[in-house]
Design a protein around this ligand. Structure first.
Ligand code: NAD
Length: 487
């Protein structure tokens, strides 16, 4: 299996390589085989990319927003036309089941390009009536923006950052995760083919040091990171020390609350999607599943039966529902947490092992895992595991569960399953989270804002909120009378 791109980086509308950079092998997580060999960006490559972006941005910002939008919408059409090949590339890069990447990855990237390509023409400043004189505000581009991606949704992440940035007239230098460098290059090719002028979307590969060099570059106006909380703190500090704009999409340990009156199959389906999709490598996962006592036995029965039926294996087989984790280190981290859960006294209810799969012995697989008897203070209930490990906790009262759900340093997402809609809205109002789902979980259509509170982040992606975060306000005061000068 090979997925070697033309070169490691994409700068100023073409592929660029510099083999002086650190080796960056791309591993297919299902087999452990190396499918491509890339190099991290050297200082020279970083400078080339930032300079290309700086040079291209002013003319792009001068274009009519609708014209910029047209380029993005053409790129959206190309993404959709190539969905199958891009989904396969994403599966090779991430190990996620093709059944998921066919519907969730290039498709959501296309949604973002289409949405921001259309929305930007309606995104204007305000007119302020001052009684004769007046003022207006302009929404102006920031300049060169840096995007730094995580490995769970590579092409989606690249599009969620670049689409609003480009729509608003910015240029972007994007650094994918070192684990998943391939699909951002494919997106760059598509942008060029759609007519995006050279230099506006550049991809440079690398590890954390390349991200840090970009986040502190003097010509960069904004940094948008998707990653873990510790990385977010470092990148936000770098951005702050250079007075740059910043959006931080970070980790979570989100609560999913299931009341006695919930529809049981929907609640089980929501809990499974919120723990097992993408092999559990989703930042907004509802990994603390609080189940009210009256429904607990029935919920657990159905959850167990449906979890045991999950088909795990070859990610390229359309029947497979769960692929491997991203790499060996992540597999070790997740199995380490499963050991911690057992030592802490939680009950390993199902899963917890490494499945034996013929032909995939060197892959980074793990069984979907459910712990019961989990208490709030256990590490498996407090720390982000980023794997298919669900903690089931029980509760009796609404006030109690809200307090326990909010007792976390994170605040990315939350969910409530109940047929009592006044209660569902009341609870959603009380939960400390950037996104709350009622009677579903983990849906992130581009039309609605996405982001976290508390340690889970700053700023929002998607929706018109993202256009705010990729622009700055200029106020223009217009005098229609004489200057009332005391001098
Ligand atoms: P990570 O923090 O290890 O890396 C994220 C990115 O930051 C990578 O591209 C990495 O190279 C880069 N990086 C690392 N150190 C850096 C530094 N000092 N300066 C600049 N860049 C640096 O995260 P990951 O393991 O790739 O992804 C998993 C994490 O991302 C989880 O915590 C998950 O919850 C979070 N995540 C959040 C969202 C969201 O939207 N909130 C979405 C997906 C993943």
């Amino acid at each position: 299996m090979k997925a070697q791109p033309t070169a490691s980086h994409y700068i100023n509308g073409r592929y660029v390589d510099d083999d002086q950079g650190a080796a960056l092998p791309v591993i297919y997580p299902a087999t452990g085989e190396t499918i491509a060999r890339l190099h991290a960006a050297t200082t020279n490559v970083i400078e080339l990319a930032v300079e290309a972006a700086r040079a291209a941005q002013p003319a792009w910002a001068q274009m009519k927003p609708a014209e910029r939008g047209r380029v993005l919408r053409r790129a959206a059409d190309l993404l959709r036309a190539r969905n199958a090949e891009l989904a396969r590339l994403e599966t090779l890069d991430t190990g996620k089941a093709i059944q998921e990447t066919l519907v969730a990855d290039p498709a959501s990237a296309a949604d973002a390009l289409e949405f921001f390509g259309g929305a930007v023409a309606t995104f204007n400043g305000d007119y302020v009536d001052l009684g004769g004189s007046f003022a207006y505000t302009r929404r102006e581009a920031l300049g060169v923006c840096v995007g730094i991606g995580a490995w769970n949704y590579p092409i989606q992440g690249a599009a969620w950052k670049s689409a609003p940035a480009l729509a608003m007239g910015n240029a972007m230098v994007f650094k994918p995760s070192e684990n998943t460098p391939l699909s951002a290059l494919a997106l760059a090719e598509i942008y060029t083919e759609a007519g995006l002028p050279d230099g506006l979307f550049n991809v440079v590969q690398g590890y954390g040091d390349v991200g840090a060099a970009l986040a502190s570059h003097p010509l960069v106006a904004k940094v948008s990171l998707t990653g873990s909380v510790p990385t977010g703190k470092k990148v936000l500090a770098l951005a702050g020390s250079h007075m740059k704009h910043a959006t931080m999409e970070l980790g979570g340990k989100s609560p999913l609350i299931i009341f006695d009156d919930a529809d049981i199959e929907n609640a089980v389906g929501g809990a499974m999607m919120g723990n097992f999709y993408s092999t559990g490598q989703v930042c907004s996962n509802g990994t603390r599943v609080f189940v009210q006592n009256g429904i607990y036995e029935r919920f657990l029965d159905r959850l167990t039966a449906r979890t045991k039926a999950i088909r795990i294996g070859d990610p390229l087989d359309p029947e497979t529902q769960m692929g491997p984790l991203i790499n060996k280190a992540q597999q070790e981290k997740v199995t380490g947490y499963i050991e911690i859960g057992k030592q802490e006294g939680a009950t390993l209810h199902c899963g917890g092992g490494i499945p034996s799969l013929q032909g995939f012995e060197n892959g980074f697989f793990i069984e979907p895992t459910i712990f019961t008897g989990v208490t709030d203070t256990m590490r498996i209930a407090r720390e982000e595991i980023f794997g298919p490990v669900m903690s089931v906790l029980t509760f009796s009262e609404e006030d109690e569960v809200i307090a326990r759900a909010n007792n976390s340093e994170f605040g990315l997402s939350a969910g409530v399953f109940s047929r009592d809609l006044p209660r569902a809205h009341r609870v959603a109002g009380e939960l400390q989270a950037g996104s709350c789902w009622i009677n579903n979980y983990n849906l992130t259509p581009v039309e609605i804002p996405f982001g976290g509170v508390k340690q889970s982040g700053i700023g929002r992606e998607n929706s018109l909120a993202a256009l705010h975060h990729y622009s700055q306000l200029k106020t223009v005061y217009v005098e229609t009378g004489d200057v009332a000068s005391p001098y």
